[in-house]
Design a protein. Sequence first.
Length: 67
Amino acid sequence: MERYPWYEVQNANAALAQGDIFYSCPVIVPPLELIPNQRVEVEVDTYDVIVMSQSCDLEQAKLLIGA
């Protein structure tokens, strides 16, 4: 396998950074309609994803996650 100088595998404890790739990342897909205080079934799809947010915003917690 050819080595790429711009690519390296990160330690699991490394800080999240722009450009990080996650293979088979689980993504929760809620139903179209949600009723407050009621349990619902959700689907979980998996995708290969790339972090697009800037590393400085991630480090300084300037992003709303899950809003």
